[in-house]
Ligand binder design. Structure first.
Ligand SMILES: *Cc1c(COP(=O)(O)O)cnc(C)c1O
Length: 360
């Protein structure tokens, strides 16, 4: 029996993704070979990649003048590729949490230019800063639209009047996005798309061409390398791309991103309401518009703190797994990505309510 999976990443994927990928591991398209064995440049795999890119374009409404890449190294490698390619003199980073901090620190580490930032660290990253100015002379501004660990989210497409780059690792495909507002969108696939091991990059071609020309950029770290080679400069992660295609087909069948958006609202509203109405739990993110719909953080009120281990055992006995908060922040976290169902959320709420009743 499948559990109610609330893992933060890797995380729950659609049944279709898992079943069809499992079949392709045994044999791809009756070609007598596993997806693990087939050449990435064969007529059996190339259409998989082409279709995955076409589905990305269709579902996310990506304009023709953007490239879609599937790379290795995780979102974390993008933290270094971005400044390597584009940081000439100055960059802006909105520091809204753990991953945003890592992205900014990587830019600082390389020392290619000045790094300026605005942060919500003063309140433990429990809100999204607003109304700040981004200097007009930056090469780019970097934001993290969903803060997977801290449980905050930017759900609008911002415009600072400078090239905008967004880490959308954990909220891509959860709402329609105006891609034209961004020069680049990227993320690890393991939250809303597929298994860990592939990173998606959506990048405007003109922007990619504006890389720093008087710097020696390692071939693999250069966006133009991957664009010029149709994201096959080196062997792509074939199974992962296949799984992403299945997820995209699943989303398309359900009706696209407007439906994902609606379902995300429903799941998050149900769970935040349960937390807000509980006597035992509280959500650290109190600014409602800043609350993530993908990662719902909650903690025990201080007087109930010692119940945490019991709670995790209890919900596990009700088949709800993955609820321990990130090791860096503690507490609890329910990740409610696209594949998480209303039934999963309801099962968790029933377990929370039952636990609360018997421990108050
Ligand atoms: C998970 C995550 C990352 C790190 O992704 P990797 O693929 O493990 O490198 C970066 N940013 C955000 C917002 C994430 O949620």
């Amino acid at each position: 029996m499948r559990k109610h999976i609330f893992n933060a990443g890797p995380c729950k994927l659609s049944d279709r993704t898992i079943e069809n990928t499992a079949k392709a591991v045994l044999e791809l398209n009756n070609c007598g070979q596993s997806i693990m064995e087939v050449s990435h440049r064969s007529k059996d795999f190339e259409p998989v990649l082409d279709e995955t890119i076409a589905l990305m374009r269709e579902i996310l409404n990506i304009p023709e003048n953007y490239s879609v890449l599937f790379l290795g190294g995780g979102a974390s490698l993008q933290f270094c590729m971005i400044p390597y390619n584009f940081l000439k003199t100055k960059a802006f980073y909105l520091n809204t949490g753990t991953w945003a901090t890592k992205a900014k620190e990587e830019a600082e580490l390389l020392g290619f230019g000045e790094v300026v930032s605005v942060s919500s660290k003063d309140k433990n990253f429990t809100y999204i800063p607003k109304g700040f100015e981004v200097p007009k002379d930056v090469d780019y501004a970097h934001i993290t639209t969903n803060n997977t660990i801290r449980g905050t989210e930017i759900r609008e497409d911002w415009d600072f009047g400078v090239p905008l780059i967004a880490d959308m690792s954990s909220d891509i495909l959860s709402r329609p996005v105006d891609v034209t507002k961004y020069k680049m969108i990227y993320g690890g696939a393991q939250k809303n798309m597929g298994p860990a091991g592939v990173t998606f990059v959506i990048i405007e071609n003109e922007f990619a061409k504006s890389f720093v020309t008087d710097r020696k950029i390692p071939t693999m770290l250069k966006y133009m390398t991957h664009i010029d080679n149709g994201t096959m400069y080196n062997t792509p992660p074939c199974i992962n791309i296949f799984a992403i295609r299945e997820t995209l087909l699943w989303i398309k069948e359900l009706g696209g991103l407007k439906i994902m958006d609606k379902l995300a609202d429903e799941r998050a509203n149900l769970l935040y309401n349960a937390i807000d109405n509980s006597k035992m739990f509280v959500a650290p993110v109190q600014v409602k518009e800043d609350r993530s719909r993908m990662n719902i953080d909650f903690v025990f009120k201080p007087e109930f703190q010692e119940l945490e281990a019991d709670f995790l055992k209890f919900v596990a006995s009700k088949n709800c797994v993955g609820l321990k908060g990130h090791r860096s922040v503690g507490g609890l976290r329910a990740s409610t990505y696209n594949a998480c169902t209303i039934e999963d959320v309801k099962s968790l709420i029933v377990a929370m309510t039952e636990f609360e009743k018997s421990n108050l």
